[in-house]
Design a binder for this molecule. Structure first.
Ligand SMILES: Nc1ncnc2c1ncn2[C@@H]1O[C@H](COP(=O)(O)OP(=O)(O)O)[C@@H](O)[C@H]1O
Ligand SMILES: [Mg+2]
Length: 384
């Protein structure tokens, strides 16, 4: 197993996530539309690649990342391109014969940002064209359309197009999911690293997503994490593995890969054959120097929040990185300091929990960082 740090994994490098995959397949087979939720770097894209590369027999799967779309048309444009992509087409042209045949007869003249113009002069916007083409599918296989970073797309559309467009896209999706002619042929899988619910709450548009089947992608269990670490580096013995996992605490594959990579580098540099706890500590120190692996946590709150909201969120994280925990009471005081209404402050805390920064799992009134590694990085690079 290769240690792939940062990129979503595929093929042999994928560490099996049996229970997540089983949950997702079950949701699909039950006829629901899953929403995969987990912060960045927990492993959503890798799981979707696994579904893409090894679908069950009765399904054809297309994957599209719409993160860079910032208008409704842009979203559909990307989805169309994914369906017209040569690799997908070659793999599925027999299964989706009637779909591609239909596309041919109406011979699309122009795929532009404004929609699709057909040969007979008919012009449809993307959503209508999509619906019309999907209805043509005549196959024993159902199409699974996986849309990665969907919540980010909605957030972009709110920011760079309009609230109305964001609502319209959510509404169109909702009506596609309610149309039996569509759902007999297609299952939609949505994924997002930021909470779709927090984004949608701002629009009062919960009614457009409350039918989705929300599936949490969780960190690895201790046993899984130990096996995963061992598969990446066979030199490291169980005592040190458990020490490593204790220090990482939030056991997402990414942090395990990152620290193991640094352990490997130290071993090479010092010609070590035995890995001690000191080596683990040193590897964690080195891992923190990779700014690019952590910077997005700061960038995210900068782009998601308005000025005072950002200052409030940053101060909470600064304090947490220093003192470890923060009580609800102190958070309320901070909200007052920044002149934020308590409802707004609550939404911000909710977003920080949802997006993977902090949790209050042990005590509903006490917050702390999810990841001690991020906490260390934050303390060194943001708070001080
Ligand atoms: N099942 C897995 N097996 C091996 N590595 C994984 C797995 N899931 C995630 N990773 C690693 O974690 C990091 C983030 O994975 P990715 O799938 O891109 O997460 P997300 O889409 O949630 O941000 C990558 O470095 C990837 O190699
Ligand atoms: Mg991803």
């Amino acid at each position: 197993m290769k240690n792939v740090v940062g990129q979503a994994v595929r093929g042999k490098d994928f560490w099996d996530r049996k229970s997540e995959l089983a949950k997702i397949w079950q949701a699909i087979e039950n006829g629901t539309h899953p929403l995969l939720v987990a912060p960045r770097r927990v492993g959503k894209t890798s799981i979707m690649y696994k579904i893409l590369d090894e679908p069950k027999d009765d399904y054809a799967v297309v994957y599209v990342n719409t993160e860079s779309a910032d208008s409704e048309n842009d979203f559909w444009h990307k989805l169309f391109n994914a369906l017209m992509d040569e690799e997908f087409k070659n793999k599925n042209k027999l299964v989706l014969k009637s779909f591609y045949a239909r596309i041919k007869t109406i011979s699309i003249k122009k795929i532009s940002t404004s929609g699709i113009e057909f040969d007979d002069g008919k012009v449809l916007d993307y959503a209508e064209a999509f619906e019309e083409l999907i209805k043509e599918i005549d196959s024993d296989k159902k199409l699974i359309i996986m849309m990665d970073e969907f919540a980010q797309t909605i957030e972009n559309i709110i920011k760079y197009a309009s609230i109305r467009e964001a609502e319209s896209l959510l509404k169109t999706h909702r009506s596609l999911r309610q149309n039996p002619k569509i759902t007999s042929k297609v299952t939609f899988v949505y994924a997002g690293s930021i909470g779709l619910e927090s984004v949608v709450a701002k629009l009062d548009a919960m009614k457009f997503i409350n039918d989705l089947n929300s599936i949490k992608v969780t960190p690895l269990s201790k046993d899984e994490a130990a096996e995963f670490a061992h598969s990446l580096n066979t030199l490291i013995k169980s005592d040190e593995i458990f020490y490593l996992l204790e220090r990482i605490e939030w056991l997402i594959p990414f942090y395990i890969q990152l620290i193991i990579q640094e352990i490997h580098a130290i071993c090479l540099e010092k010609s070590l054959h035995v890995i001690s706890k000191e080596t683990v500590d040193q590897a964690i120190e080195h891992a923190l120097d990779h700014r690019n692996h952590f910077e997005h946590w700061l960038a995210r709150i900068k782009s998601a929040f308005e000025k005072d909201e950002f200052k409030f969120a940053k101060e909470i994280l600064n304090l947490l990185s220093d003192q470890g925990t923060l009580e609800s009471k102190e958070i309320s005081n901070l909200a007052d300091k920044y002149g934020l209404e308590h409802e707004v402050a609550k939404e911000i805390i909710h977003a920080l929990v949802y997006d993977g920064y902090i949790n209050n799992n042990e005590n509903p009134k006490i917050y702390r960082f999810n990841s001690p590694i991020l906490k260390l990085w934050w303390y060194k690079n943001v708070a001080n």
